[in-house]
Write a protein that binds this ligand. Structure first.
Ligand code: FES
Ligand code: FES
Length: 127
């Protein structure tokens, strides 16, 4: 299968790979898996007191499309509020990366990872 140039770019030069200290209270972590293929994505967001995402990092054990999807969303979420970031959908990701239908679940992983990280942030806030 041919990957789009954007996927190859993110795959070869992934942005924001790594992790933050999960004990830092400003760090929210979203860890999700894709039942279809067993791939795993960890997305971490650094969120300030105003609910603005200041930084993001990811680690993905998965295919090129999953790595490209997570790399892309780390760029997209920076500077956004958690409300704005929570509205990023897999379709927007798939369109940007020109993913073929069989690779749509890879972008769903990225959407789910954002939502899981935001949930983690909210849980940390109430506790
Ligand atoms: Fe890895 Fe499908 S084989 S996501
Ligand atoms: Fe499963 Fe890409 S995340 S094939």
């Amino acid at each position: 299968m041919a990957y789009s140039e954007k996927v190859i770019d993110h795959y070869e030069n992934p942005r924001n790979v790594g992790s933050f200290d999960k004990n830092d209270p400003s760090i929210a972590t979203g860890m999700v898996g894709a039942p279809a293929c067993g791939d795993v994505m960890k997305l971490q967001l650094k969120i300030n007191d105003d609910g603005i995402i200041e930084d993001a990092k990811f680690k993905t054990y998965g295919c090129g499309s999953a790595i490209a999807s997570s790399s892309l969303v780390t760029e997209w979420v920076k500077g956004k509020s958690i409300e704005q970031a929570g509205k990023i959908t897999n379709m927007t990701i798939a369109e940007e990366l020109e993913l073929p239908p069989v690779k749509i679940h890879c972008s769903i992983l990225a959407e789910d990872a954002i939502k899981a990280a935001i949930d983690d942030y909210k849980k940390k806030r109430v506790s």
